[in-house]
Design a protein around this ligand. Structure first.
Ligand code: GDP
Length: 161
């Protein structure tokens, strides 16, 4: 019988970088140009099947990026196993914000947390402000890289017992 694992994943990053869109692409393979902003946090699940047929079920917490909800974030990352910190490749300020989130996670989250930095909106290449530098990149709009980033996280998690 294949093993089944479950992990809690939190999405963090500036408002409008595409966190909710990434989740929608990953979970439902859909994209919506006119999504309403997430208020507070939303919860969804999706499962990744690895090469050995073991499955990793992600409990995904999509947090609102607005400053007024920032104080809620620790509630979501405190017992998270993994975090996807998202920026928008067309907004260099959003990468600075992402780096701030990573520093906060390193200070405050569980030391075993797996952190992935994700540059989203690669379909807007003509407006790129952040060079690739080998980081993970996605487009929630086209789906490029989306499955890969979650699979990469699944492979970094402690799949034991
Ligand atoms: P969030 O606030 O970080 O959750 O961002 P949203 O998912 O609400 O997305 C903010 C805006 O960016 C919306 O208008 C989305 O349609 C758009 N968006 C999200 N991902 C992409 C992408 O990969 N490419 C493009 N072109 N637009 C995107």
């Amino acid at each position: 019988m294949s093993k089944q694992y479950q992990f809690k994943l939190v999405l963090l990053g500036e408002s409008a970088v595409g966190k909710s869109s990434l989740v929608l692409r990953f979970v439902k393979d859909q994209f919506d140009d006119y999504r309403e902003s997430t208020i507070g946090a939303a919860f969804l699940t999706q499962t990744v099947t690895l090469d050995d047929q073991s499955t990793v079920k992600f409990e995904i917490w999509d947090t609102a990026g607005q400053e007024r909800y920032k104080s809620l974030a620790p509630m979501y990352y405190r017992n998270a196993n993994c975090a996807v910190v998202v920026y928008d490749i067309t907004q260099s300020a959003s990468l600075e914000k992402a780096r701030t989130w990573i520093r906060e996670l390193q200070r405050q989250a569980d030391p075993s947390i797996v952190i992935a930095l994700c540059g989203n909106k690669t379909d807007l290449e003509a407006r790129r402000q952040v060079s690739q530098e080998g980081g993970e990149e996605t487009s929630a709009k086209t789906g490029e890289g989306v499955q890969d980033i979650f699979t990469a996280i699944a492979k970094k998690l402690p799949l034991t017992a």
